[in-house]
Unconditional design. Structure first.
Lengths: 405, 243
């Protein structure tokens, strides 16, 4: 019944000490602002990683030749040449749910055209590769299955390679020399940007894997196989079946390690986003510390305020305030400070996050939930840290309080 | 003394404090009746129990034993919150050190008891009531002044206005002139006498004999008991500059 009065009283008390109120609220402003800005940075990074993962394509299973641990010796993925073209054909033939398969060989090489040259990555792939990775051309056409069968000297190049070698000229129809072998450029890829690992995905030359094996790299084994399945539900069964099929084809006895590695896109995404999730958590936790410090600031000021206003409390009790009225008054003061601080802090946090993305080009993502949580948390900080001083005030004896010097 | 007509009635009231091992019997069996419209001054040296008696009368403290009837109601057994309501509705306090809220306007200081009252008043009603009361103590026009902008006498008038705002049964004044010079003291006593003339019961603690002569009845406390209780023979009528 006296609640609105308590608001009136608390409001008057806060206005009486404007400077102190502002400084106290500042602790919360900084705390809430920091939480919102930090979490938006973390979320932004996470969103960016997720976007990069999506650029791998949808429902993709990657098979690398060689195992992470093979007979106790740790080797890199794709290092040992254990995958054969026949393995890829078998997967294409025998694993249900598979919609596209691309044999893959990889190398790096100097490439040149005219008087320009450039060191880039050479990928040998099947034509399905462009579907799997959802990587359309910006110009020209991709190579055909016939090109693969005949190991024709054709290639598709990425935007970076195109710019480096051909400058502003259109590369389509031009000749690119790779290890001295002339290749006809049939198309230019749309730019894809950085990979999750930070390499420039557009710095690339893609050609039929047969051409790459025969004319550029040499050898008869694949580095890996890219497989696409029709739906996310097919990922796990297909992965299982591919593993069984390859073990069978490679005559691996039960109990022995695989000589290949199968990863699906979700696992790769999981690994990549878990890092940024930890970062978000860490940033949020550090920022929360400042919010707690802000809360302690409120408690400190409220305790000082209770001591300083002992006589005032005595007068209030003498003219008829209940202990509860005093408690509510001081609680409302604390919560008002922290909530107003919280609201201003939200504005500061949003501004800071916008500034960071605009000036420092950091990816930031503001989530409504982080705003709501930060605000509720700031109000809770007010209640939590305001309660002790408020209770001290409410428990004062009116006679003692009036006599307090 | 007819207790039924008394606004304040104490029956065999004792108050004993325990400070550590020491037992202090501050009030030892006081029976007292104060009728409506009286103006009583309680006197006594320090340690005589007059402050304790004042706290008991002001419902700030409860007697260890005995009964206290305020306006016919036994208040000796009430709890903290009930006593707070009694103070709010039936009593008005005037303190030696004024006890106004600092950096708060005269009007807001006067409104203070209304904020804890039973009635819910709008801000406009609060202000209206406070303005009226401030005018009765002769401070119309000083509504927005803060205590630091008022003289001691003016501050005490604001405090009196605050005590009056809830139309109390009794005004309790604890050394109301203790911090004032003699001329201002006389002014304040003049206000008290005027209020008393309007029928308001006043109980005042003082150690100044000349201030006590402004009242109608003097009670002398000594060692926790009433030593003498007699009407004032030659009453001093303070000059009043009331408008």
């Amino acid at each position: 019944m006296r609640f609105e009065s308590s608001f009136k009283i608390a409001g008057r008390a806060l206005r009486r000490n404007k400077m102190r109120s502002v400084l106290t609220a500042l602790g919360i402003i900084i705390g809430v602002g920091a939480v919102i800005a930090m979490v938006s940075i973390g979320n932004g990074a996470k969103a960016q990683v997720e976007q990069q993962i999506a650029s791998l394509g949808e429902n993709v299973i990657l098979i690398f030749s060689g195992s992470v641990t093979s007979s106790g010796i740790r080797t890199g993925w794709g290092s040992a040449g254990t995958l054969k073209i026949e393995d890829a054909d078998a997967i294409r033939r025998e694993v249900p749910g598979v919609t596209a398969v691309s044999d893959e060989v990889v190398s790096t090489s100097q490439v040149s055209a005219g008087n320009q040259n450039w060191f880039t990555r050479i990928y040998g792939e099947s034509p399905e590769y462009f579907d799997i990775r959802q990587w359309p051309l910006s110009d020209g056409a991709i190579f055909t299955p016939q090109d693969v069968r005949s190991a024709n000297k054709v290639c598709v190049i990425g935007r970076t390679t195109a710019t480096q070698v051909f400058g502003s000229e259109s590369p389509v129809g031009q000749v690119l020399r790779i290890k001295g072998v002339p290749f006809l450029v049939t198309g230019v890829l749309t730019p894809k940007g950085l990979s999750p690992q930070g390499t420039d995905q557009d710095d690339i030359v893609i050609m039929p894997y047969t051409s790459a094996m025969k004319r550029v790299i040499g050898g008869t084994t694949l580095r890996g196989i890219n497989v696409q399945v029709s739906s996310p539900n097919d990922l796990a069964p297909a992965q299982q079946q591919i593993t069984e099929l390859l073990r069978q084809r490679h005559n691996i006895r039960p109990g022995r390690d695989d000589d290949f590695t199968v990863r699906n896109q979700e696992e790769i995404a999981e690994a990549a986003t878990s890092t940024s999730r930890v970062m978000t958590l860490l940033l949020g936790a550090i920022a929360s510390v400042s919010l707690v410090v802000g809360g302690i600031g409120i408690m400190n000021i409220m305790l000082v305020s209770v001591t300083e206003r002992t006589r005032e409390i005595g007068v209030r009790l003498a003219v008829g305030a209940h202990g509860r009225d005093i408690l509510t008054q001081f609680l409302i003061e604390a919560v008002t400070l922290s909530s107003i601080g919280g609201i201003i802090g939200i504005v500061v946090g949003l501004t800071a996050s916008q500034l960071l993305s605009a000036l420092a080009h950091w990816p930031t993502l503001i989530s409504i939930s982080s705003i709501v949580v930060a605000f509720l948390f700031s109000a809770a900080v007010g209640i939590f840290f305001g309660f002790y001083p408020a209770r001290e005030a409410a428990r004062l004896d009116p006679i003692e309080a009036l006599r307090y010097e | 003394m007819a207790a039924n007509h008394a606004v304040v009635s104490l029956e065999e009231v004792h108050k004993t404090y325990h400070t550590g091992e020491v037992e202090v019997r501050a009030v030892r069996g006081v029976s007292l009746g104060i009728a409506r419209g009286e103006f009583v001054a309680i006197m006594g040296s320090s340690g005589s129990g007059k402050s304790t008696l004042m706290n008991l009368l002001g419902c700030l403290d409860r007697p260890t034993s005995g009964r206290y009837l305020l306006d016919g109601e036994d208040v000796s057994g009430l709890d903290r919150d009930q006593l707070a309501d009694i103070r709010n509705q039936k009593l008005g306090f005037v303190f030696q050190s004024f006890n106004l809220l600092p950096r708060t306007s005269a009007l807001e200081n006067i409104e203070l008891p209304l904020l804890y009252g039973r009635q819910r008043l709008t801000s406009a009603e609060l202000e209206e009531k406070a303005r009226k009361v401030l005018a009765t103590v002769g401070l119309a026009g000083r509504e927005d002044h803060h205590p630091s902008q008022l003289s001691g006498g003016q501050q005490q008038r604001v405090a009196i206005a605050r005590a009056l705002i809830n139309d109390p049964e009794v005004i309790l004044a604890d050394e109301p002139t203790g911090n004032l010079d003699s001329r201002t003291s006389a002014e304040i006593m003049g206000i008290f006498q005027q209020l008393n003339d309007r029928g308001i019961t006043i109980v005042m603690v003082t150690h100044e004999a000349d201030i006590a002569t402004c009242a109608k009845r003097n009670i002398l406390m000594r060692d926790g008991t009433v030593q003498s209780d007699e009407p004032v023979a030659h009453r001093f009528l303070a000059q009043s500059n009331q408008t």
